[in-house]
Design a protein around this ligand. Structure first.
Ligand code: NI
Length: 177
């Protein structure tokens, strides 16, 4: 297991587009997934995308149980998603607060589609096809944005809704990254 360094905003690798994974069930892919999971868990993240640890491939991990970063968040199943494709279900968009391990100490209010279908594969090449809503849909959109070189501050509509976690949500400050 390995906890990797998470790249921070300003690093050009975070702005790159990523390549699809060409071969499933390889030692390299399983090692990448292990590192993503170990790093996400160590930092109490809701998700992590391969470019955040410097790997320009279409691999994300996410999952929320009881996460101190998101105390009111709904549970999201532990998922490894490779080569994802997202389709909005309907036009409905909702604003919600997001953070990112690549933008430590900050939160911003970000619009996301409320209802989402996502497809892709697990690391063994088994298909994944889910239709989800709410926080689950938000997490997937956030993580898959990383694969296109998009960080959540780039989606904030009004930068007055962007700030330091310790100021916006003082009750979260003691457990912030
Ligand atoms: Ni992020």
């Amino acid at each position: 297991m390995a906890i990797r360094v998470v790249l921070k905003m300003g690093e050009p690798l975070l702005l790159q587009k990523t390549a699809p994974v060409a071969r499933f069930d390889t030692p390299e892919l399983h090692a990448l997934v292990r590192d993503l999971r170990d790093t996400m868990e160590a930092l109490n993240g809701a998700g992590l995308a391969a470019p955040q640890i410097g790997v320009a491939l279409q691999v994300v991990v996410f999952g929320v149980k009881k996460n101190p970063r998101y105390p009111d968040a709904e549970e999201v199943p532990d998922t490894v998603l490779v080569n994802p494709e997202l389709t909005a279900l309907g036009e409905e968009v909702e604003e919600g607060w997001e953070g990112c391990l690549s933008v430590p100490g900050m939160r911003g209010l970000v619009p996301r589609y409320s209802h989402l279908r996502y497809r892709g594969f697990d690391p063994f090449g088994n298909p994944i096809d889910r239709s989800v809503s709410g926080f689950h849909a938000r997490v997937v959109q956030h993580e898959c944005d990383h694969l296109m070189g998009i960080l959540y501050p780039m989606r904030i509509r009004d930068l007055r809704n962007f700030g330091f976690t310790e100021v916006l949500f003082p009750e979260l400050a003691p457990i912030e990254e």
